[in-house]
Write a protein of this length. Structure first.
Length: 99
């Protein structure tokens, strides 16, 4: 079975020529994977790549990968928010006997 690949990545867009500040721009690329592979189940990966059967529509593969990445980002945000909430609740409590 033949497979294709879709990748979603980021690249910096420099705000000014001599600036170290950059904004992040997302882009995607499609590629045909030469040769046959064993017909096996594949899933989108949250790091931005997905090998899918050539019988699948490119847009469907792109949307599956994008949703996988969005879900992973939202999970990370939730994890960071829980950690931040705990950090904000942390209070200094002097130990007895400390001056």
């Amino acid at each position: 079975m033949k497979y294709k690949s879709v990748r979603i990545k980021t690249r910096p867009i420099w705000i000014e020529e001599d600036s170290e500040e950059a904004e992040i721009d997302w882009y995607y690329s499609l590629a045909f994977i030469p040769g046959d592979r064993v017909d096996s189940e594949t899933k989108p990966h949250p790091l931005g790549h997905y090998h899918y059967p050539e019988t699948m529509d490119d847009e469907e593969a792109f949307n599956r990968l994008k949703q996988c990445m969005v879900d992973a980002h939202l999970k990370e945000i939730e994890d960071y928010q829980r950690s931040l909430d705990k950090l904000q609740k942390l209070c200094f409590k002097p130990k007895q006997g400390d001056s």
